[in-house]
Ligand binder design. Structure first.
Ligand code: G6P
Length: 474
């Protein structure tokens, strides 16, 4: 669907879309379709072909697709100037808003909001306005629009100004920062972000904790009124409802996918590489600052130092897939992960035991192989909107998995009772938790895994999406 058809009844807007394009050596466009809950949710709804996914052109291949007028049915890509996109995505969304919501600023030098920041912010406004324009063009009268995440915080208000007839929802996939931290943004920018989201009829979050933090920021920064039950925010005469939808793991998909031969092959390879009989402490993440991979390695080193009995009996399988490599701080973090893993291997490794198996090439069937084999899952983010790895591992585990889980992950709200819970900054406590997890009796581990899997799959992605649509339309 392209052009200004005003025909779509349900629209999704997100930075990253369902399809990515590249130009092959022969000059032909190739497309790769991603999976995920929104894709299946939309296809569940879209019997009449009246839905549309609006997303950004992220790469040269995507921009070429837009130039050639190529579009997947049911989606429209927006191409803004590469420099504008870079400033909006890398400089504002990923370096400022992501950092604020995950409370990642840690040095006395950052952040420093200056003239460069103001230019980047202008690009973020341009990019958000391009989305609002496209959505306004495409949406049928009274259509429902579901705007996703911190990349598009300004879209709800911009879209409402263009099309007051629409039902607009916003969903945050990240945590939300408490007011004292959120207020490190310049006052006008903090207000713009909140005002932008309050342009929606309904603003939804992954957990009650993030919804409450958003409401607290609205009260603190804007002087908005929050209802006694925390379910509504009223500002300048308009009320926005707040919702919570705790995205769960997709059990059917995971179990079917994890049962295939390519996963079995990788299980055999991983077992051979780790050494037979050794316990596996597994983590699978994007190499993302908020995932706290390095402190996880420190905790593992502490375990090997303080409890030498584990040496040669355990292997830390760390899959850390590169992410956002346009940003220097991510590149440096990726190097740091490699450096610390190598140090541990150097310090403790023997001729037949490599204590850390670090893999950085993204391989989904190998991740599932590690999920199935894991004795311990290490999920210790500094802060995380939900963390689906914590939910996925118990679902496909072959022999039960003990979950070491950060209390700062959104998943803690649902899984905390059956996990071994850690403060992600406390390396000593994390080392102790690893030991507790490794020594959890088999029957106890099996029981907990069953309960974790049940809690983890309570709200499958398709239902998660459909719930949001019906709540918006209620
Ligand atoms: C994670 C977050 C999402 C975010 C996405 C963006 O999955 O949980 O909130 O939208 O990262 O990742 P990207 O690779 O597109 O920067």
């Amino acid at each position: 669907m392209d052009g200004s058809s005003r025909a779509a009844r349900i629209l999704v807007a997100s930075n990253r879309g369902p399809v990515a394009y590249s130009v092959g050596d022969d000059g032909e466009l190739r497309s790769r379709r991603g999976g995920g809950g929104v894709v299946s949710g939309l296809s569940a709804i879209d019997s009449a072909g009246e839905s549309l996914w609006v997303c950004a052109a992220l790469t040269d291949g995507d921009r070429e697709a837009v130039r050639r007028g190529t579009a997947e049915p049911g989606s429209r890509m927006i191409s803004v100037e590469p420099a504008v996109f870079h400033a909006a995505y890398n400089d504002i969304a990923n370096s400022v808003l992501w950092f604020v919501h995950h409370m990642l600023y840690q040095t006395p030098l950052e952040p420093a909001f200056d003239e460069d920041f103001r230019h980047q912010w202008a690009a973020y406004e341009t990019y958000n306005a391009a989305f609002a324009d496209a959505l306004a063009e495409e949406a049928a009268p009274q259509a429902s629009v579901l705007v996703q995440d911190y990349h598009l915080a300004l879209v709800p208000a911009l879209l409402r100004a263009r099309r007051p007839d629409l039902r607009i929802g916003h969903f945050s996939h990240t945590p939300w920062a408490p007011p004292d931290y959120f207020r490190l943004l310049p006052d006008d920018i903090a207000a713009a972000v909140l005002d932008g989201i309050l342009g929606s009829d309904r603003a939804a979050f992954l957990t009650r904790r993030w919804a409450d933090a958003f409401a607290a920021c609205c009260a603190d920064v804007l002087g908005a009124e929050v209802s006694a039950d925390g379910r509504e925010v009223t500002h300048r005469g308009r009320t926005t409802r707040l919702g919570v939808h705790g995205l769960g793991a997709d059990a059917d998909f995971l179990r079917e996918r994890a049962a295939r031969d390519d996963v079995a092959e990788r299980m055999a390879a991983l077992r051979a590489e780790a050494g037979p009989g050794r316990k596996l402490v597994v983590r699978v993440d994007r190499t993302e600052l908020s995932k706290n991979i390095v402190r996880g390695l420190y905790a593992y080193r502490r375990l090997l130092t303080d409890r030498p009995g584990w040496r040669s009996r355990v292997v830390h399988v760390a899959f850390a897939y590169p992410s956002r490599q346009d940003l220097a701080v991510y590149r440096e973090y990726t190097e740091e992960v490699g450096r610390v893993a190598a140090e541990i291997n150097e310090e403790f490794g023997t001729a037949d035991w490599q204590p850390v198996l670090l893999k950085v090439d993204d391989d989904f069937p190998r991740s599932l192989a590690a999920y199935r084999l894991a004795d311990v899952a290490l999920v210790n983010p500094i802060r995380d909107g939900m963390n689906l790895v914590a939910k996925e591992m118990p679902v496909v585990s072959d022999n039960g998995v003990a979950l070491v889980l950060s209390r700062e992950a959104g998943a803690y709200e649902e899984l905390g009772g059956d996990a071994i819970v850690v403060n992600p900054y406390d390396v000593s406590a994390t080392a102790q938790a690893l030991n507790d997890a490794l020594t959890l009796p088999d029957a106890e581990r099996a029981d907990r895994t069953k309960r974790l899997a049940a809690a983890a799959t309570a709200l499958p992605p398709t239902q998660w999406f459909l719930d949001q649509v019906s709540a918006l339309e209620a």
